[in-house]
Design a protein around this ligand. Structure first.
Ligand code: ADP
Ligand code: MG
Length: 688
């Protein structure tokens, strides 16, 4: 037998996973940890000490010299602060120390992380606390400990805490409904997530010559390439050797961290690719996605490439999303969104389906909020992504099933056999329930929902937190209304029918990219929150505050803090783009002047005359637009509140940026490439 590529993969070898724990912990300690994770039992301090000691031995044997609490502040990326294991010993030597104290709690000086006013700089205490439900791992000779991050007042300052709270709320409410359905054995319900990650690769040498890519993560100007993605010859095309080497190295790094990268392929735009991991629990999937983004960037760097995660790095070609596949499973391995074949499972499926549709319909603005930020504004409703309207694609089978329940009529499955729906009894739903739909915000894909709105660069924590919470809320309402019912099956069927009837409007199985859908959605009363400035004001709506506080996800002040952070981040990004535009235009003016000087001695030539004339005209328009942009940047500094600055950025600065871009791109077409200060779209997009 020859050697397999997988022989030395060392899957999960850099994580303190179950098998490492079994080796480094006593059986008793391992069981206590397991109980904590599975059954949410609190760990004793004795157990924590033993875990710290085992973790330390494991980390040292794997070459770690430092450890770090690893947390997810509201920046959307991760943060870390390394501490050495080494401390001086009495005999002038050193010893290596790592106890439960270091494992459990850290206190990074966190005054500069965004908190939206939850914590002022003079009261800068921030704490990190170990999350035992996600594995510690080793990277760069450092032991990373996944942690939550919170203020002295106890308020969450991160994205992991609300996610964990939402997993708990969902578990609690789902169990209530399962009990009502006669399930006395399931002990926990978990949200599972698989996040497909899209990205672009470009050569580092080109990246370094584009100040916009460096500072904004995307090109804010650039004339279109004569060839874009219209031939669809990149999508699923043969992966070029250079890219393949990159992917191989990414896979190897991810596998060692226990991340099962599963699918990889060329995406639609030239230079665009995708990786999808095998799904796991929501909390781990969130940690893993953060690590994946980091590893992709780092490996790209080793290959003299740059991995771009921005949602829309290049105008006119597809942007990058991050489809969040989400499902619910029990500790017994059952998927609650599987239609199943036995009558009781079908009833369970219908309750879950109804709850989900109602949740999405009632809280569509909140889901939209979780994907609202400057980068994603350019992607949603573009060439590649769902419109900003939230709807659910169920596929025709489910749509027919839903309609038959609403109308109390017969349901005909694919093979033509009749099913009596409405009573949710005896349904045998065909296996291939749905065709693929790429145009809806949310699509049912057989046993899970795919939330297609999140953008490539963002943390998946908030989208998943909200999916969990709206589901928890609906299950709570269902349990509240049915607990104590004298005729449960009948009441349940009635409730399912009522819910489906009231929320039928959220189901849409047509093409979401068409104008007719925009009209239809409007008729149905579905909101089209086109951009961040339109969306974020919905965040603090009464119903959202009620939903998130009553389910224990946030306190009101935590929400207020987050709201400020989101608005502030949006404004900062737009203003960075504006200042970068000014800088680039300055470079463009001097380059164009040089080029004009070069061709003007030959002014008598008709052609040069014509070119110079056009350059002059375009430049003078651009100069005026640039001055206007500078004036707007100046004006922005006079705003004192984020919400009006956000509107100003959206309504004044962005249109002005677009105006500048239009003339700049025209000038690019008029100027000889040798004189243009930045590499153009053809070079950037067709590097491979
Ligand atoms: P598609 O190609 O239709 O998008 P895939 O089967 O390739 O679907 O899955 C895409 C992503 O969905 C992967 O990350 C995968 O692990 C994840 N996924 C599959 N099943 C589930 C599930 N039950 N719950 C959550 N995620 C899932
Ligand atoms: Mg998908």
């Amino acid at each position: 037998m020859g050697a397999s590529e997988f022989d030395n993969v060392g899957f999960g070898s850099l994580t303190f996973n179950r098998s490492a724990m079994k080796k480094y912990l006593s059986n008793e300690t391992f069981q206590a940890w397991n109980d904590c994770v599975q059954n949410r039992k609190v760990l004793s301090s004795q157990t924590a000490s033993e875990i710290a000691s085992g973790m330390k031995d494991w980390a040292l044997e794997h070459g770690a010299t430092h450890y770090s609490h690893w947390f997810q502040p509201l920046t959307g990326v991760t943060a870390e602060k390394h501490e050495g294991f080494m401390i001086p010993s009495e005999d002038d030597g050193f010893k290596l120390e790592f106890t439960s104290r270091e494992l459990i709690k850290g206190e990074p000086d966190a005054s500069s992380f965004p908190s939206g006013g939850l914590r002022s700089t003079f009261e800068a205490r921030g704490y990190s606390a170990w999350d035992p439900t996600s594995y510690a791992f080793i990277k760069d000779r450092t032991l990373y400990i996944p942690t939550v991050f919170f203020a002295y007042s106890g308020e969450a300052l991160d994205k992991k805490t609300p996610l964990l709270r939402s997993c708990d709320a969902l578990n609690r409410q789902a169990l209530r409904v399962l009990r009502l359905l006669g399930d006395s054995e399931t002990r926990s319900v978990t949200a599972n997530v698989g996040a497909e990650q899209e990205y672009f690769l470009i050569r580092k040498e080109l990246f370094n010559r584009r100040v916009d890519l460096k500072l904004c993560g995307r090109t804010i100007l650039g004339a279109p390439s004569p060839k874009g993605q219209e031939l669809d010859d990149h999508y699923y095309g043969a992966i070029k050797p250079e890219v393949s080497k990159f992917m191989k190295d990414v896979n190897r790094a991810l596998w060692k961290l226990g991340i099962c990268s599963k699918t990889e392929h060329n995406e639609v735009a030239p230079g665009q690719f995708e990786m999808a991991p095998f799904f796991t629990t929501a909390n781990r999937a969130n940690d893993q996605n953060q690590l994946t983004m980091e590893i992709m960037k780092r490996v790209a760097d080793d290959h003299n490439l740059v991995c771009i995660l921005n949602e829309k790095p290049f105008a006119g070609t597809n942007g990058s999303g991050k489809h969040v596949n989400w499902s619910l499973s029990t500790d017994r391995g059952e998927n609650l969104f599987s239609p199943g074949s036995s009558p009781s499972s079908n009833r369970r499926f219908l309750v879950m389906l109804a709850a989900f549709l109602k949740g999405v319909d009632e809280y569509s603005e909140l889901l939209r909020c979780s994907t609202a930020y400057a980068g994603n504004d350019l992607r949603l409703g573009g060439l590649e992504a769902p419109p900003a309207i939230i709807s659910v694609f169920t596929g025709m089978y489910l749509e027919n099933l839903i309609d038959s329940i609403i109308n109390d009529s017969n349901f005909e499955n694919a093979s033509g056999s009749l099913m009596e729906a409405g009573k949710a009894v005896g349904l045998s739903i065909p296996k291939d329930l749905t065709d693929r739909n790429r145009t809806s915000a949310i699509a049912y894909t057989g046993n899970k929902f795919e939330f297609r709105m999140p953008g490539a660069s963002q943390s998946i924590a908030s989208p998943v937190t909200y999916l969990n919470t709206i589901m928890a809320q609906q299950l709570k309402e269902i349990a509240d209304s049915l607990e104590g019912s004298g005729n449960l099956d009948q009441d349940l069927d009635k409730l399912i029918r009522k819910i489906l009837k009231e929320h039928r409007r959220i189901v849409f199985n047509g093409n979401g990219y068409t104008d007719s859908w925009l009209q239809e959605a409007k008729k149905r009363g579905l909101k089209n929150l086109k951009n961040t400035a339109m969306t974020l004001p919905e965040y603090m709506s009464e119903k959202n505050v009620e939903l998130l506080t009553s389910n224990g996800i946030y306190s009101v002040s935590e929400m207020e803090g987050r709201n400020e952070v989101h608005m502030q981040k949006y404004c900062s990004l737009i203003l960075i783009e504006a200042r970068t535009m000014v800088k680039m235009l300055c470079d463009i003016f001097s380059s164009v002047a040089l080029y004009s000087a070069k061709i003007s001695p030959a002014r008598s030539m008709v052609l040069n005359d014509a070119i110079l004339d056009k350059i002059q005209k375009t430049s003078s328009v651009l100069m005026k637009d640039e001055e206007k942009l500078e004036a707007l940047i100046e004006k922005a500094s006079s705003f004192t509140d984020n919400s009006s600055l956000m509107v100003f950025c959206s309504e004044e600065i962005i249109p002005q940026l677009e105006k500048c871009r239009e003339s700049a791109d025209r000038l690019e077409g008029l100027t000889h490439p040798d004189y243009w200060p930045f590499p153009g779209y053809t070079e950037l997009l067709f590097s491979f």
